[in-house]
Design a protein around this ligand. Sequence first.
Ligand code: PRX
Length: 647
Amino acid sequence: MGEAIYPVPAEWAENALIDDARYTAMYQQSVSDPDAFWATEAQRIDWIKPFTKVKNTSYHAGDFGIRWFEDGTLNLSANALDRHLATRGDQIAILWEPDSPDEAERRITYRELHEMVCRFANVLKDQGVARGDRVTIYLPMVPEAAVAMLACARVGAIHSIVFAGFSPEALAGRVEDCGSRIVITADEGLRGGKKVPLKKNVDAAAAHAPGIEKVIVLKRTGGDVPMVAGRDIDWHTACAAASPENTPEEMNAEDPLFILYTSGSTGKPKGVLHTTGGYSVWVSATHQYVFDYRPGQIYWCAADVGWVTGHSYLIYGPLLNGGTTLMFEGVPNYPDPSRFWQVVDKYQVEIFYGAPTALRALMREGDEWVKKTSRASLRVLGSVGEPINPEAWEWYHKVVGEGRCPIVDTWWQTETGGTMITPLPGATALKPGSASRPFFGVQPLLLDNDGTIMEGPGDGCLVIADSWPGQMRGVWGDAERFFQTYFTTFAGYYFTGDGCRRDEDGYYWITGRIDDVINVSGHRMGTAEIESALVAHEHVAEAAVVGMPHEIKGQGIYAYVTCNADVEPDEALRKELIAWVRREIGPIATPDVIQFAPGLPKTRSGKIMRRILRKIAENDVGNLGDTSTLADPSVVDHLLANRPQLA
Ligand code: PRX
């Protein structure tokens, strides 16, 4: 294909934890003898009661089940904090860079973090939080988000973080679904100089979520937020009064650790459930090997704590590994497009892990913003969340990394808990745009549409043949949905929902979702969710949402809307619908295009032909494929003739 290849630099091959030969040997063992491989890797965790069984998994109906280290016990918070105190109590655990460069940063040592977590764990216990209870966290990017997570893990409660950009409606739905009595929030968040009314959103959510009994409120901006007597608790006051000592709960490896809601092709977002033991081993191992991480190195994952990347690689992975993790409250272009790289210089960041969408936006601002910073501390660059186009990859490599830093393009999902397909910096020759080879224990396969395994190079549906320790264990409250969603499309395999190409070197190239999920700026959105928000508007009769190519966001949101017969759609309604969707779901679901249409293309049995809608949104109208099964072909002519002018 003539694509560029970047060999492993010699000094990397010599000094890295894993070189190519070691990768091959370890990968071999990980798939031929997973029990032995993972029993060894699991020693990175301090178990209270050691496990005697490693892997006990089946993807088949009848004996379906996923259990790892099932008779072992541990506490994740103790592994992320207590066990480091003797050797690295005074090392910085969390470096916090605020939204504004003029505000003071925070440097929190392991000892300080441990005390904060113990105090907050006691606050939770005082509020009656016990093992297995669900706690919703709706916090901005502040160290207290990590404190809240670790405190839940410490007392055995299951946290459910809701991204602070979600609307009150979306928050209420998630609170109700998992039945949490407690929400942890802040007065306001701060992003790019703008305030986000978090407490106000929680108050609004509480109107739809009567199950909320207590709201713990952290002061971030000091904004004037009314407190509800008897319900709202001030974080600082409660922590100051709590004991700084707390004994972690002994948890079983398969006890739930967290729920994280994510979008699927149908229905409401589902609560992806992760458990304790396997997840800990998985995020620790992947974080160490993928970034060639050594304890104490300054590491920055730019993802928000509200997404899985924030869970696994901002908080849990680095802290399990005794790392120094940098948390940045702000955005890449505030106050100007140099900010990321200024932060790199300020803290001498060695490893930077970010999303292609941010890189594309920064690339557009020009190289000067990067070049006026040093970035000499950088060793490894990571990419996550969506395909990185070769142009952005080359820019990241040449301009940001000055040709010096390996790029790890990590493919994974909320469901996988951690990285699945990725280069290792000392082992893998890089091809821009390819996530390259499987991590230890991961057995990717490509299937054709009939479910036949494809050998050698080709393009197919990406499935995983066997379980890995960080795999999700269920959909909260809906056991059947887990099996149905992931294990029935191709019986006996975990179906990722992604399409993928494998080249002649066995490298994997993710081509994007093949279901009705779109990836907007690395954020996963179900088209069905946006459609149901649209049809909830009084003037809308029907809506269909598809992805469209977008230079910065990767994919944009293209909505076809049919209004009720008595409504004349106009510019004002278009604006109103955009505002409506933002309110129903959140700004990340803002439609880029709304095309009003008197009808949508449907088969005679009434099924919307999304294939045609996608082609129109992609501006690929020369080849609409077979339209003979349409109930009314003139609908398509109308759609084509009335496409909005795209900027
Ligand atoms: O389509 C893939 C894409 O993001 C989806 C998972 O989204 P989410 O669960 O929100 O997790 C994002 C953070 C891990 C995948 O099904 N995706 C993720 N990473 C990559 C990617 N596509 C291509 N290359 C990647 N490196």
